[in-house]
Design a binder for this molecule. Structure first.
Ligand SMILES: Cc1cc2nc3c(=O)[nH]c(=O)nc-3n(C[C@H](O)[C@H](O)[C@H](O)COP(=O)(O)O)c2cc1C
Length: 199
């Protein structure tokens, strides 16, 4: 029987540890999505994973221009931070992607990011383990249905495994999630699960 250390990979050399990348689509630094992503990363780190995080708002990510150059050349003509972000994504075993709900959909930053997936070699996505974190002001998870549905369809289409989705409702203030330990508990547990599931 495996020990807890073995299950979590804590006796694994750091070069062989699993890695998790958080990508926050909220423009609100230190907000709810940000905190939830940090909590997933902390859970994964408890299991020995290495982690990194980027905030889309800090990057230059232009919207897709639908010029279709990528369909001919395999690359995007836009010279911005997306190329470096793809490199980070490629190196990570698990992605935790977060967005607030804006008008029933994802934030503009998050949507621009997702649209740019169109022009990249789709091998990047195949078999990738992904967690979606959604933060919203409303009290009914139903309001997140378009965003969650869109994301699950994309995962299916691109061959990614959506490990789970956290819909954290009732969060209007900047860091209201601190008053909702139930969301934070789920986030931490998912971080742990994502690394245990990796092998
Ligand atoms: C432009 C805008 C649109 C919003 N639209 C919705 C909405 O349709 N449904 C909802 O429940 N909350 C909505 N909200 C509230 C945010 O989803 C909520 O405050 C969320 O927790 C913010 O996450 P953050 O702290 O990570 O930025 C909206 C907020 C903004 C700024």
């Amino acid at each position: 029987m495996q020990s807890i250390k073995q299950k979590c990979g804590l006796d694994t050399p750091s070069s062989e540890r699993k890695s998790i990348l958080g990508i926050s689509g909220s423009p609100r630094r230190g907000g709810n999505s940000d905190t939830l992503i940090d909590t997933v990363l902390a859970g994964a780190a408890e299991c020995g994973a290495t982690y990194d995080k980027v905030i889309l708002q800090d990057l230059e990510i232009s919207p897709c221009k639908a010029c279709d150059s990528c369909q001919k050349t395999g690359g995007c003509i836009q010279d911005d931070d997306m190329e470096s972000l793809f490199e980070l994504m490629e190196k990570s075993d698990v992605w935790v992607l977060g967005t607030p709900i804006y008008w029933w959909g994802p934030s503009a930053q998050f949507k621009a990011f997702i649209d740019r997936w169109y022009g990249v070699n789709q091998r990047l996505f195949q078999g990738k383990q992904v967690i979606l974190v959604v933060s919203m002001g409303g009290n009914n998870d139903y309001y997140a249905r378009h965003t969650v549905g869109m994301f699950k369809d994309i995962c299916h289409y691109l061959g990614m495994t959506c490990i789970d989705v956290i819909v954290a409702s009732g969060l209007n203030g900047r860091n209201d999630v601190q008053d909702h330990p139930e969301h934070l508990t789920i986030a931490r547990e998912l971080g742990i699960k994502s690394i245990r599931n990796c092998d």
